[in-house]
Design a protein. Structure first.
Length: 232
């Protein structure tokens, strides 16, 4: 199930220094191979939180990006509310904007209320706003064929209020989550770590009913490209 790291204030770091750290550490490679060491994961979570503690880096980044508007987010294949901050073959750093729903921002734009997993691991932390609520589940990917209409056993873990100063880690092809609209504009930072095994599809599931310890659900669509809509 998802890991949660409570991070004490440890100062801040710049985006460039965070990238330099990621390029120099072996932790990214180990996680991509599903070699999990909680102490090392805590270290990486702390670095992500240090970036989140930098209250100016995102606005500075956006000013730099829009100054060259012809190439603004040219390599960004994520959904419209996502800002691509840095990408390499080993990891991706992004910021995701979450808005309350309304006539201009219907739920499907942000994949609210849509149960889904991911075929990559990722850290996430709140950068701005009060955070959002998410329902967390888990399932056994290896027991799933992946056909539309297939019935799947899942286990409810908890409904969690994601707040600033905490970092969560989602496991690929295991954790399912449902995100709900925040009460105010919220921005999260993600550190995405693709798996060395590339052939796992990403699943989205039929709407899950009231939370209980275990239940069966049906997939309603799948996605193999981690940068398209069902990336979430």
């Amino acid at each position: 199930m998802t890991e949660k790291f409570s991070i004490q204030n440890q100062g801040n770091t710049s985006l460039s220094d965070f990238i330099s750290y990621l390029d120099s550490t072996t932790i990214i490679s180990e996680l991509s191979e599903s070699k999990y060491d909680k102490r090392k994961m805590q270290e990486l979570a702390s670095w992500l939180q240090k970036l989140a503690n930098n209250r100016n880096f995102l606005s500075d980044y956006l000013i730099s990006e829009v100054s060259n508007h012809d190439k603004f987010q040219a390599n960004n294949d994520f959904k419209p509310s996502t800002l691509l901050l840095h990408s390499s073959t080993e990891y991706t750093i992004r910021a995701v904007i979450w808005l309350p729903t309304g006539s201009l921002f219907p739920p499907h734009v942000f994949a609210y209320y849509e149960p889904h997993d991911h075929n990559f691991d990722f850290f996430t932390t709140a950068y701005m706003g009060a955070g959002y609520t998410t329902s967390l589940y888990e399932y056994n990917y290896d027991e799933v064929i992946g056909l539309e209409g297939e019935v799947i056993d899942i286990k409810f873990i908890e409904k969690h209020k994601f707040r600033p100063k905490s970092v969560m880690y989602y496991y690929a092809s295991k954790d399912i989550h449902i995100q709900y609209p925040p009460d105010e504009l919220t921005v999260t930072l993600n550190l995405i770590i693709p798996k060395k095994t590339k052939n796992r599809q990403q699943n989205s599931f039929a709407r899950i009913g009231t939370a209980r310890a275990s239940q069966k659900v049906r997939p309603n669509r799948t996605c193999t490209n981690t940068k398209k809509k069902c990336e979430g």
